[in-house]
Design a protein around this ligand. Structure first.
Ligand code: ATP
Ligand code: MG
Length: 244
């Protein structure tokens, strides 16, 4: 079965003209840009099987706890079907982020990167207050809307406090991005609010074309997020210090 056939088979009929987006490299996850003919908007449908089906369900549960928030990607639908052959396939429909991801904005100037840091801190503060640890804060997982405002996305590696389904998973189950993850995550410890704060700082410092163009205070603040987990500031403090 081709990917297009898979989309046609599992996605509901009002999601028309699925067009495959360049992949994530995973064979168990496909992304399609579609037209939602009910709401008259473009959306992105993520279709996963196997391990990707499980991470899409985690993502759906996380997003359900967090909606609505101006800096968290909005979800519109989720569902599952048995594909031909009986395999369970999960699909998740999210808003289209017209500005792409921060991975395409490496080299952005300091004022822009600072605004993104503040918006990302606000999104993480909101998530942490709702018992959601993102677990994989990296440039490709931070999207931008049409006005270049941050939309935190890809909660497939999230840890949900008090969630029976995800609580039993071994720490090593949670995905992470080796070059950018906090040292404790690379030792396969489970994601924490502190490891998210590390991800925020490594993401912003990577995107920011010139660290030295950041004010000395901002630079110190972001660098303090890369130190010992117990001494990292919380997302709430970061959001307050970076606002304005
Ligand atoms: N809603 C969206 N709008 C626009 N582009 C998107 C959207 N969702 C995803 N993308 C694009 O697809 C890429 C991968 O998306 P996402 O991070 O959600 O999938 P994935 O779960 O990372 O897969 P992996 O498990 O490999 O990390 C993003 O970096 C972005 O470029
Ligand atoms: Mg991703």
């Amino acid at each position: 079965m081709t990917d297009r056939d898979l989309a046609a088979e599992v996605l509901p009929g009002h999601l028309r003209a699925p067009e495959r987006l360049p992949g994530t490299g995973r064979t168990d996850l496909q992304l399609y840009r579609c037209t939602d003919t009910v709401r008259g908007v473009h959306v992105v449908a993520k279709v996963g099987r196997g391990a990707a089906a499980e991470s899409l369900e985690t993502e759906a549960r996380a997003l359900a706890r967090l909606a609505p928030h101006p800096h968290v990607l909005a979800v519109s639908e989720v569902g599952h079907r048995r594909a031909q052959g009986g395999e369970r396939v999960v699909w998740l429909v999210v808003e289209e982020a017209g500005g792409g991801s921060l991975a395409r904005r490496i080299g952005a100037g300091a004022p822009t990167a600072r605004a993104w840091a503040a918006q990302l801190a606000a999104a993480l503060d909101h998530a942490h207050r709702h018992g959601v640890v993102h677990g994989d804060v990296t440039p490709p997982n931070v999207l931008l809307d049409d006005r270049d405002a941050v939309l935190l996305a890809d909660f497939g590696s999230a840890h949900l406090v008090h969630d029976a389904d995800t609580a039993g998973r071994a720490a090593g189950h949670f995905g992470y991005t080796p070059g950018l993850a906090a040292p404790e995550r690379r030792r396969l410890e489970p994601p924490t609010p502190e490891s998210d704060v590390y991800g925020l700082a490594s993401t912003i410092l990577m995107v920011c074309g010139d660290h030295h163009a950041l004010g000395a205070q901002d630079r110190r603040l972001l660098q303090s997020c890369l130190g010992d987990p117990g001494r990292r500031p919380g997302a709430d403090l970061l959001a307050r210090r970076l606002a304005g």
